[in-house]
Design a protein around this ligand. Structure first.
Ligand code: ADP
Length: 587
């Protein structure tokens, strides 16, 4: 901390040339009209610096209660080192204590603790080297010894000017102090000052204390950086400090003129410049008045809060908000686009559904149109084979039989197409009745008897005799099993086929499985073969005929009955297709 006012006063002082003139100057300007110990001591040290070349000095005063030597003024040393200097008088062998009762000046070499000069060393504020202690005495000789010490960072012997000053200062201080001890009032003031310094110094924001005229009394180190010219001073730094001074003064005069009551604070924005870096620092100045008990203004304390971080945060917040607004707009645009696309898709789906319905309708109509002439062809072929139009030769009969078998094959294909289109159009009626599943198996075998005979495979039924009656569509169940058995016959070349009925696996169901020892189906085809027109081998040169609609129809019929078809198979290891339906089909 730097008491600034004395420095300003000093710069205004007249520089006298003769010794008498400068001595007079001290007496007139600083000592005679002063009645403050610290001010007198400070002025004296500054006078010593100007006229006796003493670059570092401290003035100490004895405080009898509780027995300490306290710093009251310093020159060329940190202000807080002086303010906080308190040296115990308890040890009479201590060089400083001994110096108080010495008749003349004493040269002292500071004690070294652990090889270092600590803050508590007697001459610590003056630096590590030896120093001279000059006792300060009052006009009257007193038994207790000197009332204080003048410590100079200067080797003895001292010049006559210094000795003269010590005498004058001693007498003046004796006069101020009256009975030679600091009053309780002064001690209290010092304690409060010391507390204030500690508080101000522990704050990282610049703090400035100004008096009632707006003159700076005190400032902490961060404030010094803004309001004092750095040692390697440049013109720009000086200009910055002047500008800072002007801004701050105008804020303070506003505070002094303004109607601010006790406890109220005044806030303002000031633009300051860092003298070292020339960087602009926007600060918020927060000032409060310090009033005496009688309401008189004694000081104004101002804290300057660097707003760069807050402004940066505000800027980042704005950026973030902008980015978030942008994002929101983009999300909104994307949502609108999505809604448009969805609407488009919905319309396309409706159009597709209409097209699909038209296709199914067309296929159903066409199948019907195909079946009528085909049935006529088959009927006439039958009549010709039965000799209605006279006997045929053996060759003609064989050709008629080919027409018949190909016609029937075509009829099967047309029927399958009709079935799938009916199912797709939701026009496949389900007719429920109560029947025994065991009865269905021989019927299926009877229907496929010609194929079974041709195949030379064994087809073994394995029934479950004690099963309950099933409520389902008998015709559909039979259609499915016929399909599964005809597939088994088609894809098996040797071995046998088994048709097994089983109840209650899982409970409430009945299942009919058709197992063969045929070519088998690789697992990757298991799902696909239930799709429309799908075959494991769908190449044009395929070995097995068929439309690829059989299993698709079976799967959908099973679903319509509330059941499903499962498949267990591996390539070359035969297949087992199992139809599982509930004993009671859903309505
Ligand atoms: P399609 O038999 O008319 O081709 P399906 O829908 O009935 O049509 O069968 C589809 C395909 O499933 C068949 O082409 C065949 O590749 C395979 N498949 C069906 N059943 C068997 C089976 N028991 N053994 C081996 N492959 C089979």
């Amino acid at each position: 901390m730097t008491p600034r006012q004395p420095a300003r006063s000093l710069s205004r002082a007249t520089v006298a040339s003769s010794r008498d003139a400068v001595r007079l100057e001290l007496l007139e300007s600083y000592l005679i009209h002063q009645d403050d110990v610290a001010r007198c001591a400070q002025s004296s040290l500054e006078w010593l610096a100007r006229h006796a070349g003493v670059r570092r000095s401290i003035c100490l005063i004895v405080d009898r209660d509780p027995g300490t030597l306290m710093g009251v003024a310093g020159y060329g040393v940190p202000a807080e080192d002086v303010d906080l200097f308190a040296w115990p008088l308890a040890d009479p062998r201590d060089p400083l204590v001994a110096a108080l009762s010495a008749s003349g000046n004493v040269a002292i070499r500071p004690a070294r603790a652990n090889g270092e000069v600590g803050r508590t060393s007697a001459g610590a504020p003056l630096g590590a080297g030896p120093f001279t202690a000059i006792p300060l005495r009052g006009a009257r000789e007193r038994q207790e010894g000197a009332l204080g010490l003048l410590l100079l960072r200067q080797a003895a012997p001292v010049s006559p000017d210094i000795t003269w000053l010590a005498t004058v200062l001693g007498q003046k201080l004796d006069q101020i102090l009256g009975r030679g001890s600091l009053s309780e009032e002064v001690r209290k003031l010092r304690r409060e000052r010391s507390l204030l310094f500690t508080i101000i110094n522990s704050v990282t924001d610049p703090i400035i204390v100004t008096d009632q005229t707006g003159e700076t009394v005190l400032m902490n180190a961060p404030a010094e950086e803004l309001f004092t010219v750095p040692s390697q001073q440049e013109e720009s730094a000086e200009r910055s400090v002047q500008a800072n001074d002007a801004h701050f003064s105008s804020f303070i005069s506003g505070m002094l003129l303004g109607e601010t009551g006790p406890g109220e604070i005044r806030r303002g924005e000031i633009g300051l410049v860092n003298p070292t870096t020339s960087e602009l620092i926007p600060v918020e100045a927060i000032a409060g008045k310090v009033l005496t008990e009688s309401g008189e203004l004694t000081a104004v304390v101002t804290i300057l809060h660097d707003r760069r971080e807050a402004l940066e945060r505000a800027r980042l917040y704005e950026q973030l908000k902008l980015a978030s607004d942008g994002l929101q707009a983009r999300v909104h645009a994307a949502a609108t686009e999505l809604a448009t696309q969805n609407e488009l898709l919905r319309r396309q789906a409706i159009e597709l559904e209409q097209a699909s319905r038209l296709k199914s309708q067309f296929l159903a109509n066409m199948s019907h149109e195909f079946r009528t002439p085909l049935n006529a062809i088959l009927g006439y072929t039958h009549m010709l084979l039965n000799g209605v139009a006279g006997d045929r030769t053996a060759a003609a009969k064989r050709q008629l039989q080919r027409i018949d078998s190909n016609g029937r094959h075509l009829l099967t294909i047309i029927n399958e197409i009709l079935d799938i289109t009916r199912i797709e159009a939701g026009k496949m009626p389900i007719q429920l009745s109560a029947f025994n599943v065991n009865d269905v198996v021989p019927e299926v075998m009877a229907e496929l008897d010609p194929v079974i005979s041709r195949s030379k495979l064994s087809v073994a039924p394995r029934l479950a005799p004690d099963g309950p009656l099933v409520h389902s569509d008998r015709q559909k169940v039979k259609q499915i099993v016929v399909n599964l058995l005809s597939n088994a016959l088609k894809f098996t070349h040797q071995g046998g086929i088994e048709i097994a009925v089983q109840y209650d696996a899982p409970p409430g169901t009945v299942s009919i499985s058709v197992s063969d020892t045929g070519i088998g189906i690789a697992p990757e085809h298991h799902e696909r073969i239930f799709e429309d027109f799908r075959q494991v081998d769908d190449s044009p040169s395929r070995q097995y005929g068929g439309t690829g609609l059989g299993l698709a129809i079976c799967g959908r019929l099973a679903t319509a009955l509330g059941g499903r078809i499962t498949l267990g198979s591996n390539l070359g290891q035969g297949s087992t297709f199992t139809l599982t339906i509930p004993v009671d089909a859903p309505q």
